[in-house]
Every structure is written in C-alpha cells, then in structure tokens.
Design a protein around this ligand. Structure first.
Ligand SMILES: [Zn+2]
Length: 197
C-alpha cells in the first residue's frame, strides 16, 4: 500500500515536471526573463532560424499560466518593445519575439488614449465580407510596405485575464486590421503572403 502511494506520487511529480502543454517552454522562459529592462529582440525573416519560428503555428496557454507572473512579464515586455520609439510598431505577436504561444499586443486606436493591450489565446471568430485595402508593414519584414485586403469588421475571442474567462468582442476599422495582421502571425502567416498582385 505504502509503496503504491509512493509510486503514484513519483509518477505525478514526473508528469508535472515534464508537462509543458499550455505552459511556457524553457526557451520561452529564457526569453521572458533574459536581459531585464531591455527591449525584446524582434525576429525577422532575414534569419533562417528566426523564420522557422515565424512560420510555426503557436499554441494556447493554460488559464493557470495566464494568471501567473511569467505571462504578466511577457505581456509587459512585448508592450514595452512594440511601443518603443525605436521600434514604432502598432502591434506585435509572441512569435516575433521568439515565443510560439498565442499572445498578441495591439494598439487600440479605437480606445481613448490609444493604449497597447495584450490578448492571450486569441482567435478571430468572424470576418465581415466587406473588405478595405490598406498599406501594411511588419517589424519582422524590415523596410517594406505592401497593400493588403482586410475585413473592415471582425469578432475576436480571447482569454480575459482579470475575469479569468474567454470573452468575445467586435472590432472595426484600423484596429481590426492590426488584429488580423497579428493573429495571422500566430498561424505562421506573414502579411506578404496576402499581398495583392
Ligand atoms: Zn507583423
């Protein structure tokens, strides 16, 4: 009896230490906690190694991980990086800083003060048929701009960290374009894939 309990405990502990489903990998944690106070390195298509990360499909994080300090620090550092004047972006996705998890930061031009906000476990539930053509750029594709067609209105779904649950929201205009560009990154899609010929 005692032996079997011990065995069960050992098995549980092993499972806990090996399991990374819904959690950050060792490499993710090194990026999140490395070089504190500095901007995160932005991956570009110019490096073959970084392109592999940009082309990979990202995974969701568990609610427990999203309530923790590692996620809070990642969100903070992604905001700091994209908002820095030397970077000058309007949005960034976690793969762009080397982390294949479904997290984006978007500048909410549709809100007062135009804040940068983080959205974990995000997906787009609906796209309006009406589309608008606009020029886009990407921090991972330096010095280029191309026209892309995007839906004028979308419905997003994401995990609200404060509420501790999934919520949905309708977004339109330029902010909706940023969301579409950033969520594409989570599926390994780069906006140049969508350039109008
Ligand atoms: Zn981009």
């Amino acid at each position: 009896m005692k032996k079997s309990v011990l065995f069960l405990l050992a098995a549980l502990m092993m499972a806990a230490s090996c399991s990374i489903e819904g959690g950050f990998s060792k490499n993710d944690l090194q990026i999140i906690h490395g070089a504190p106070g500095e901007l995160l390195k932005v991956y570009t298509i110019e490096s073959e190694e970084e392109l592999l990360v940009l082309r990979a499909v990202s995974e969701d994080l568990s609610p427990k991980v999203l309530g923790g300090d590692d996620y809070a620090l990642l969100a903070e550092r992604m905001k700091m990086t994209v908002a820095d004047t030397s970077v000058g972006g309007v949005g960034i996705a976690a793969p762009q800083v080397g982390i294949n998890k479904r997290v984006v930061v978007v500048q909410r031009f549709d809100k007062e003060g135009e804040p940068f906000e983080a959205y974990p476990n995000i997906s787009i539930l609906e796209y309006s048929e009406e589309k608008t053509k606009g020029a886009e750029g990407c921090l991972s594709v330096p010095n280029e701009r191309y026209d892309v067609n995007r839906s004028s209105c979308i419905v997003i779904s994401y995990f609200d960290v404060e509420k501790g649950e999934m919520v949905s929201e309708t977004v339109s205009g330029f902010t909706a374009v940023i969301f579409q560009h950033e969520v594409d990154h989570l599926d390994g899609i780069i906006y140049t894939d969508r350039v109008l010929m």
